[in-house]
Design a protein around this ligand. Structure first.
Ligand code: NAG
Ligand code: NAG
Ligand code: NAG
Ligand code: NAG
Ligand code: NAG
Length: 369
């Protein structure tokens, strides 16, 4: 595995003017890191079913429904995820598990078009959260799915309040931005644009500066999906300025948050001051982003990203308890507290497993998952 012939190595070194021994050492280090990570992945990936079980057992809000559906799609039907080579063609096998979650989101769509909103009193004020299921309803082939997806798109384009700068607000009732909006809406707009060959929609996914101006795990998750979506469309070439921006923003977020990894191998709940505990939830999300980024652009996202991601992955996935719950994580309803159960945290752990698997596949031709 990974043996470079001397001829290739010599040519490579003289082209870059670096000493052969140093280059050989770098390759050996990288090889041993990949081998170690392959073992770690195989030890920890057996927890996927437990983590998924805890996620599916949780009572979910609209944004959690969409996040859970996305996580299951990436884990069980990666051929349909935006990280696949050609996700927007009919890939054959129906992504049943993800569609089950999307079916519930469509059955609970409110009359204004928001997916997964008709729960309790049907008056959830979230404007964008329902759109998180849109990328998965988009995969349904029948009229029922198409209609539900179109109503959700129509709501985003015509039903959501805009600020004076034109940015879409996260809440129906107040023009306020929530960081997680970057995961909820832009990936859906981009995927819809990719499927219907509509570059205007893809462009809309990027230019909503108000929502993009945040730096956290949700933002990075959203950005990397929009970036990967664009690369799979005929517009990849003409949108290099946009994909380059996305690359830089993802890098900024990873550089900032990975520098804060603590001795517990987790990213703390607050990056700048006031940190009280390592947060397995954002650690899982950001580690998944690092693995995805490393596959998409290994020059920018080299071994220092994937090595840090593996420390996070080991810490997060080793924490799984008897019920399949990872810990500790932020209570999604009260950010200062440690939560008991977080659907998004469980979903991020699954996203991490899929991203880790797909990176290992990319760097190790012999890898078997
Ligand atoms: C994987 O698990 C086995 C058995 O528990 C253990 O011996 C081995 O050290 C683990 N490997 C890694 C890389 O964690
Ligand atoms: C929620 O669903 C109920 C039952 O189908 C329906 O009567 C009601 O109009 C729906 N609410 C909204 C806001 O769409
Ligand atoms: C989908 O929408 C079209 C156009 O509004 C309508 O004719 C059709 O009956 C709808 N189909 C379903 C299954 O809702
Ligand atoms: C792209 O989508 C927008 C919003 O739905 C629509 O107004 C526009 O006509 C579409 N463009 C094309 C080329 O289909
Ligand atoms: C990784 O290394 C590159 C190049 O030295 C540097 O720009 C980047 O900040 C580093 N990032 C992390 C997360 O260590």
């Amino acid at each position: 595995m990974f043996l470079l012939s001397n001829v290739v190595l010599t040519a490579f070194c003289s082209a870059l003017l670096i000493p052969q021994a140093e280059a050989r050492r770098a390759i050996e280090q990288r090889t041993s890191s990949i081998e170690a990570q392959t073992d770690q992945y195989h030890n920890l990936s057996s927890k996927a079913d437990q983590i998924k079980g805890a996620m599916l057992a949780s009572i979910r809000t609209s944004w959690e429904q969409g996040t859970a559906a996305g996580a299951i799609l990436e884990l069980d039907n990666p051929e349909y995820s935006v990280f696949a080579d050609s996700p927007f063609v009919n890939n054959g096998e129906t992504p049943v598990d993800a569609l089950r979650l999307a079916l519930s989101a469509a059955a609970r769509q409110t009359s204004d078009g928001r997916l997964s909103q008709n729960i309790s009193d049907g008056l959830d004020g979230a404007a964008l959260d329902g759109a998180s299921s849109g990328s998965v309803t988009l995969l349904g082939k029948a009229d029922y799915w198409r209609n539900a997806t179109d109503r959700q798109l129509n709501f985003l384009l015509n039903g959501v309040p805009k600020t004076t700068a034109g940015a879409i607000s996260m809440r129906i009732d107040s023009k306020q931005y929530w960081d997680d909006g970057v995961y909820m809406m832009p990936p859906f707009l981009a995927a819809y644009g990719a499927v219907t060959y509509n570059q205007t929609l893809i462009q809309m996914a990027i230019t909503d500066e108000g929502v993009w101006a945040t730096g956290n795990a949700w933002a990075a998750l959203g950005m990397i999906r929009v970036w990967s979506t664009i690369l799979k469309t005929p517009y990849a070439w003409s949108m290099q300025v946009q994909t380059n921006d996305l690359r830089l923003w993802v890098k900024e977020i990873l550089d900032g948050t990975f520098a804060a990894i603590n001795n517990d191998n987790l990213i703390p709940d607050y990056i700048q001051g006031g940190a009280t505990f390592g947060d397995a939830s954002s650690s899982a999300a950001l580690a998944s982003v690092a693995y995805r980024a490393a596959v998409m652009d290994s020059n920018t996202f080299g071994g220092n990203y994937t090595d840090a991601a593996s420390r996070l992955a080991n810490a997060v996935l080793s924490s799984v308890d008897d019920l399949g719950v990872i810990s500790p994580y932020v209570n999604p309803l009260s950010w200062q507290e440690i939560g008991i159960l977080s659907t998004e945290g469980q979903a991020f752990a699954l996203m991490l497993l899929s991203a880790w698997r797909d990176w290992l596949k990319a760097v190790n031709p012999d890898f078997q998952s």
